[in-house]
Ligand binder design. Structure first.
Ligand SMILES: Nc1nc2c(ncn2[C@@H]2O[C@H](COP(=O)(O)OP(=O)(O)O)[C@@H](O)[C@H]2O)c(=O)[nH]1
Ligand SMILES: [Mg+2]
Length: 276
């Protein structure tokens, strides 16, 4: 496979470690459709014992059945999680309360030592396109108050006070995705986390059709008015014919683009690709 983010990893890692020192809690954003594939492979090494809340983004696009399974999985690993939709705002208001629960001991200790109550300091991290900016905008809403530089902490870092209880670093930590296996690359490309050009659309189309047949056959049959048992090539040709795509050499590629577009715009329904 192709090299991803060559040369940037070491620098990104160092920057992340510097920022991590400033915060009480990290919000690890994972795409609810691909919680495995959108997870940075070195995140545990980076965060060590830093308190963490996993936020499953775009849950409005994922299959609730698997979102619940993933949440149970994370719970069993000792990680609290919330599924969110940063567009509608679903569960966004719960983030502060859950964070306070996670950090209860730390803040009680500070209080016992005579320290004044202070807002929780948090930081959002995640791979490109997982929804970091959308979440920050949703959290900030209209109540945005840029509290500016904090002397003694860092020169350039801006904090955004969301309310009396939570402050966020205004720039999220961008993590690199992992590409150690083909399947992960496919899932990242299908969901739009990485650009289409990296993997050919017909390859993605074939993969997605195989996956849909095995896991969401009804969705694909209903969407394209198909009967079961067709080959992937026949399905792509059918899609092409209904879209007036002429039978040229790139017909599979063009039909696969229609399929991918339908997936990304929910016309195939709410689908989770990383199933467990
Ligand atoms: N449906 C849905 N779309 C989302 C959600 N969060 C982000 N998006 C979309 O995902 C795309 C990438 O989001 P963005 O915040 O720019 O990702 P970033 O690169 O991590 O900052 C944008 O088109 C967003 O509108 C969500 O919870 N639900
Ligand atoms: Mg962004």
């Amino acid at each position: 496979m192709i090299q991803w983010f060559p040369g940037h990893m070491a620098k990104a890692k160092k920057e992340m470690e510097e920022k991590l020192r400033l915060v009480d809690i990290v919000y690890e954003l994972l795409d609810a459709r691909i919680p495995y594939s959108s997870k940075n492979p070195l995140i545990n090494e980076l965060l060590k014992n830093k308190p963490r809340l996993i936020l499953l983004t775009k849950s409005d696009m994922a299959d609730d059945f698997y979102t619940n399974k993933w949440k149970n999985h994370f719970t069993s690993q000792g990680f609290p999680s919330l599924s969110i939709d940063s567009v509608s705002g679903l569960n966004i208001k719960k983030i502060v309360g859950v964070s306070q629960t996670i950090l209860k001991d730390k803040f009680e200790k500070e209080k016992a030592r005579g320290m004044k109550p202070r807002p929780i300091r948090g930081m959002i991290v995640g791979i490109p396109n997982v929804g970091k900016s959308t979440l920050i905008n949703k959290l900030v809403n209209k109540r945005v108050a840029n509290v500016g530089n904090k002397p003694g902490i860092t020169k350039a870092q801006q904090w955004v006070r969301l309310n009396a209880n939570l402050e966020l670093l205004d720039t999220p930590g961008v993590l690199w995705p992992k590409f150690e296996d083909q399947k992960v690359g496919m899932h990242l490309a299908i969901t739009g986390a990485i650009r289409d050009e990296i993997l050919k659309s017909d390859e993605l189309g074939y993969y997605l059709l195989d996956f849909m047949k095995a896991n969401y056959e009804k969705n694909i049959l209903e969407r394209y008015q198909l009967s079961a048992g067709l080959s992937n090539l026949d399905i792509l040709k059918h899609i092409a014919s209904t879209r007036g795509i002429s039978n040229k050499e790139d017909v599979e590629e063009k039909a696969a683009e229609v399929l991918l577009n339908d997936f990304r715009s929910l016309r195939l329904g709410r689908i989770t690709l990383d199933i467990l």
